[in-house]
Design a protein around this ligand. Structure first.
Ligand code: SF4
Ligand code: SF4
Ligand code: SF4
Length: 260
């Protein structure tokens, strides 16, 4: 028997098991969250900036570059399957089950993006470029939390994320504050302009029975039902998790790689 929080409701109100893909997705993202004390130095914007100001290229900056490159084909796949902060929010949501309360402050993440990536660019410029490589910067034997100040550096982002989840609800941090979300949106925009094959959703509105299960299941609280009705599945906030496709009882949403 699955825990209550891992089950979902069918349109008829009966509990349905999550698909194997969604079980795998949740396992991966929760595992990433559990490993966050080990890995946070590799995804920490302040540490990447601090190292860059000394002319040091860290694993974190390389990871950001790679995640951006994946967004050119996979969109925000990172957010759905691998991001530890996304995992922390999904774990919160499984306990609290609070809906997203507002999207009015979503513009804030664009300012945060400009501030963070502007600081990284300025740090590199003021250091005269990146001259050395230290992949394990501010870790002890690769483990983030064991380094000096590790616990303080770890608790900061965790508290901020939890605060957003408590105040704004489901994936509130992703919607409102995350600069990586903007970086991935830019990657997706470039792909959409170029039009090369990429991971995407496709809808057949004739199949839809208006049950609204897809919208209820969406971790980003999108009105997926309306997107299906318009057959317009591209949305900057979509993290391409496939929950909607896996939930739909009519097979009205498909998920795969191809041209849109
Ligand atoms: S939006 Fe940011 S915090 Fe949310 S899952 Fe994506 S990278 Fe992680
Ligand atoms: S629209 Fe579908 S694929 Fe996109 S975030 Fe929502 S559930 Fe996931
Ligand atoms: S797309 Fe599927 S899950 Fe969404 S409202 Fe239509 S039938 Fe229901």
């Amino acid at each position: 028997m699955k825990p209550e929080s891992l089950q979902r409701e069918s349109p008829e109100g009966k509990k349905r098991e999550p698909s194997s893909r969604q079980r795998m997705r949740l396992s991966l993202i929760i595992l990433s969250c559990i490993l966050y004390p080990v890995t946070f130095a590799y995804v920490s914007c302040p540490l990447i900036t601090e190292a860059a100001s000394q002319g040091i290229l860290t694993a974190g900056l390389i990871i950001f570059g790679l995640v951006f490159l994946t967004s050119l084909v996979l969109g925000r796949f990172w957010c759905a399957y691998f991001c530890p902060v996304g995992g922390l929010q999904e774990a919160c949501n499984r306990v609290l089950r609070w809906p997203l309360r507002t999207t009015r402050a979503d513009w804030l993440k664009y300012l945060v993006f400009l501030g963070i990536f502007g600081s990284i660019a300025y740090a590199i410029w003021s250091a005269g470029g990146l001259k050395t490589v230290d992949l394990l910067y501010r870790t002890q034997n690769g483990i983030s939390i064991l380094a000096a100040g590790g616990i303080v550096l770890f608790l900061g982002p965790v508290m901020i994320t939890l605060l957003f989840a408590l105040i704004l609800g489901k994936r509130g941090f992703c919607h409102t504050f995350c600069p990586i979300a903007v970086m991935l949106m830019i990657g997706r925009k470039i792909r959409n302009l170029a039009g090369w094959p990429a991971l995407h959703l496709k809808a057949e509105k004739e199949r839809c029975n208006n049950c609204n299960a897809c919208s209820k299941e969406c971790p980003m609280s999108l009105d997926v039902h309306a997107m299906v009705k318009e057959e317009k599945m591209e949305n900057a906030e979509c993290i391409l998790c496939a929950s909607c496709a896996d939930t739909c009882p009519k097979g009205a949403i498909t998920y795969g790689i191809g041209k849109t």
